[in-house]
Design a protein around this ligand. Structure first.
Ligand SMILES: Cc1ncc(CO)c(N)n1
Length: 231
């Protein structure tokens, strides 16, 4: 079994929880509360900005041009292609994309970004790859699963979203990241592999937490009002 196959096996319960999450179920059924979708787009716009920064940090740690090319192409993909699923969600809620940009990251998204930044700054290229991989991988699997389950036609409100993530460009990104991580793992120490595994598993959990954050419209008012009042 390759290193990334092992990671995927360990993360199986998290991947299943993501597939069962009410937000993802709502995408399948074509019915997600509009407040949740609005919250998601606001957070995901900033999340993807930060994700491009992370690819940039990865570039700064590359030794050869093939790696540099890979990461810069990924930046281009996020910048110019990954706006399509966001536009799909904006149409669904009836709010222009521009109005959903520039908001601060809610707690779980902030946590996720800071987690990846930690591995990007403190770790080597392998650790960055491990922290970044769940982003395309979980979405690819959601896309593929929803294609199988609902096989949407163009009338489905989330047709563009589902087909975008089930597409070959998403699987190419995932396969490419996996190959790089597997190659890195072949030369890595046990300790290094532990760090990579931790980075990967936490990112998977934070993917789930991102859906949850969106669905519950999580804000920075973390302390319940009752506790503030009684203290
Ligand atoms: C939080 C999150 N994870 C993964 C993706 C897929 O790129 C995304 N757009 N947002």
């Amino acid at each position: 079994m390759t290193f990334t196959e092992q990671l995927r096996q360990e993360a199986e319960p998290i991947f299943e929880a993501i597939m069962e999450h009410p937000f993802v179920r709502g995408i399948a059924n074509g019915d997600v509360p509009k407040g949740a979708v609005t919250h998601y787009v606001k957070a995901d716009f900033e999340y993807l900005n930060a994700f491009m920064h992370l690819y940039g940090i990865a570039v700064s740690k590359c030794h050869d041009r093939d790696d540099i090319e890979f990461f810069t192409q990924n930046i281009d993909f996020v910048l110019n292609s990954e706006v399509h699923p966001h536009h799909n969600l904006c149409e669904y809620i009836g709010i222009p994309y521009e109005q959903l940009q520039g908001y601060p990251l809610p707690p779980n998204a902030d946590y996720y970004i800071k987690h990846m930044k930690h591995h990007a700054h403190e770790g080597n290229l392998g650790e960055i790859l491990a922290a970044l991989l769940p982003c395309p991988w979980t979405y690819l699997e959601i896309g593929n699963r929803l294609m199988e389950e609902v096989n949407p036609d163009t009338n489905h409100p989330f047709y563009t979203w589902i087909t975008f993530y089930a597409d070959t460009s998403m699987s190419n990104t995932t396969i490419n990241l996996r190959e790089r991580l597997d190659t890195w793992a072949e030369g890595a120490s046990e300790r290094e592999k532990e760090h990579m595994k931790e980075a990967f598993i936490k990112s998977c959990q934070l993917e789930w937490a991102f859906w949850e954050m969106s669905y519950n419209e999580q804000t920075w008012d973390l302390i319940p009002r009752a506790s503030v009042a009684s203290s």
